[in-house]
Design a protein around this ligand. Structure first.
Ligand SMILES: [Zn+2]
Ligand SMILES: [Zn+2]
Length: 270
């Protein structure tokens, strides 16, 4: 692990190293936190993929090429922001520097894309589930970062809506460990996670509206595989929410990341 991430100084912002005016629990300065902004530009109506060009929506179908080619498995997916800059660095801290508390706070940001979705309420309050890690990786890390995000989302929604959304723990199981998705083609990513997920207690989700939460969505192969498993087990509706969307349309150009060799940690999407 990169030493600059492993060592933390309580009086410094963990993202920009600026001195913190007062000791705060999260160790992120005000301006870094404020830089975690939601995507407000044009995006695919189905999977939420942000479009670099507003002209992408000029066609009659407001869906990206991927969604037009294959059914993504979920009803709709949305992300909070782009997997670049401080949002990306914050996620890497949660995954590889043990910053569980930050994971919970970042999860609260998922309330933003959730509230942007049309919500007819017909299916009632959603059940929130996290994309699971394989048990070996879960043990190695000590926690599942997506579960932290799910917890944060549930807290944020509890404050915002009258009906209490519930988290369903241990809902999905990863049947086998899969090689990292990084560097694989779209088709290879899909093949890599095909049939990997199963619902542990199908009765708990039958006929329900499910929100499945992940940290980073790239092609959507992983969250689609989760959505298909949930559908097969009887979920009525599956909404995928990811904190960040990684897309080559918006590469991370911040030199600070490269200098800190954070990319070396970015070895795995799980
Ligand atoms: Zn900062
Ligand atoms: Zn799409």
């Amino acid at each position: 692990m990169d030493a600059t991430l492993a060592v933390t100084f309580p009086t410094e912002c963990c993202l920009c190293r600026a001195e913190l005016a007062s000791e705060c629990g999260l160790r992120i300065c005000r301006s870094c936190w404020a830089s975690l902004t939601p995507w407000r530009g044009p995006s695919c109506a189905r999977c939420g993929l942000p479009f670099a060009s507003p002209h992408a929506l000029d066609s009659a179908v407001a869906e990206c090429a991927g969604c037009r080619r294959d059914d993504p498995g979920f009803d709709v997916a949305r992300c909070f922001g782009l997997y670049t800059g401080n949002l990306r660095r914050a996620i890497l801290r949660v995954k590889f520097a043990g910053d569980e508390r930050l994971g919970g706070r970042l999860g609260e940001l998922l309330a933003f894309p959730w509230k942007m979705l049309p919500n007819d309420g017909e299916l009632g309050c959603p059940l929130i589930v996290a994309v699971p890690l394989h048990s070996a990786r879960r043990r190695e890390r000590g926690y599942n970062q997506s579960q932290l995000l799910a917890g944060g989302l549930a807290r944020a929604l509890k404050r915002a809506v009258t009906e209490r959304p519930a988290i369903l723990r241990e809902c999905l199981r990863r049947k086998r460990a899969t090689p990292p998705q990084t560097g694989l083609s779209v088709a290879a990513r899909r093949e890599n996670v095909r049939g990997v997920f199963e619902v542990v207690h199908p009765a708990a989700i039958r006929g329900r509206r499910i929100v499945v939460v992940d940290d980073v969505m790239t092609t959507g192969a992983t969250i689609s595989a989760c959505a298909r498993a949930l559908r097969r087990a009887g979920a009525a509706e599956v909404i995928a929410l990811a904190l960040a969307r990684a897309t080559p349309q918006f590469p991370d150009l911040s030199s600070a990341d490269r200098d800190n060799t954070v990319d070396g940690l970015d070895r795995d999407w799980t």
